[in-house]
Design a protein around this ligand. Sequence first.
Ligand code: ADP
Ligand code: MG
Length: 291
Amino acid sequence: AAPLAIVRGTGAAADSGIVMRTGEAFQTFRLVRRIVLDKTGTLTQGRPTVRAVEAVDGDTEALLEVAAGAESPSEHPLARAVVTAARERGLRVPDAQEFHSVTGSGVRATVHGQAVLVGQPAFLTDNGVDLTTVTARIDQQQAAGHTVVVIAVAGAVHGLIALGDQLRADAADAVARMRAAGLDPVLVTGDNERAARRVADELGITQVRAGVRPEGKAEIVRELQADNTRVAMVGDGINDAPALMQADVGIAAGGGTDIAVESADIVLLRDEVTAALDAREISTRSYHRTR
Ligand code: ADP
Ligand code: MG
């Protein structure tokens, strides 16, 4: 397409709250046949709330307090939800020392002088924490479609927090439009299989990859690019950045983190997934107009 197509398209996109950051992605979008969708913050609102707190010793307030302390420096939506839940219950959130975040897994910090881990079950077992006493409860919460974070203090499991997130209002419409446009959707998430399946089933997505690390997301995009297939990726988080760079068209969802925005070819300013389809239509239209 002529540069004029890009100039026109850029203007049309801006009117729809879409920023086209690269001319190339603009021209490639009409050739895309597969679209990778991040779950949390892309298909869901990314504003999880705490649905259940279960302590091994029954003291749910102490559990929530220590978890909130460890999570307080984290920007992750799950961390924000844990801190909010603690404040809402009138708890004082303790300070965290030696805070360390492991993207796509969880956090580690010292709270009240003790080593605390908060994160997905695999993150705790990788760190040598025995989860057998809470396995049944984890299963139960995940079966309910919840994201489960487990808390360990001084190497021993202390309990779990189950969180839920709502689908974006336009997510189902967006997936239907993707199919109609010949884009094959694939849901990819760092979250557990059951929470992922539940979202996929509600939206009519059949391809699901769960429990995926940030590098794994980029690897999946690469796999899907086999046979020269053009692949788009929509994501919002730090954990999505490598996959957004790997994709032929990387799209940062509305409200995406700075790193996601910097890694993307297209930035959606609207808080709607359907904006990705609008971006595709604008690029296709402006291409045809000048051909
Ligand atoms: P997604 O791919 O769905 O956007 P992430 O890759 O950000 O999710 O996170 C994957 C999983 O890692 C989460 O579902 C959660 O279990 C765990 N996790 C990541 N960050 C944190 C955190 N700050 N606190 C607790 N758990 C976390
Ligand atoms: Mg996300």
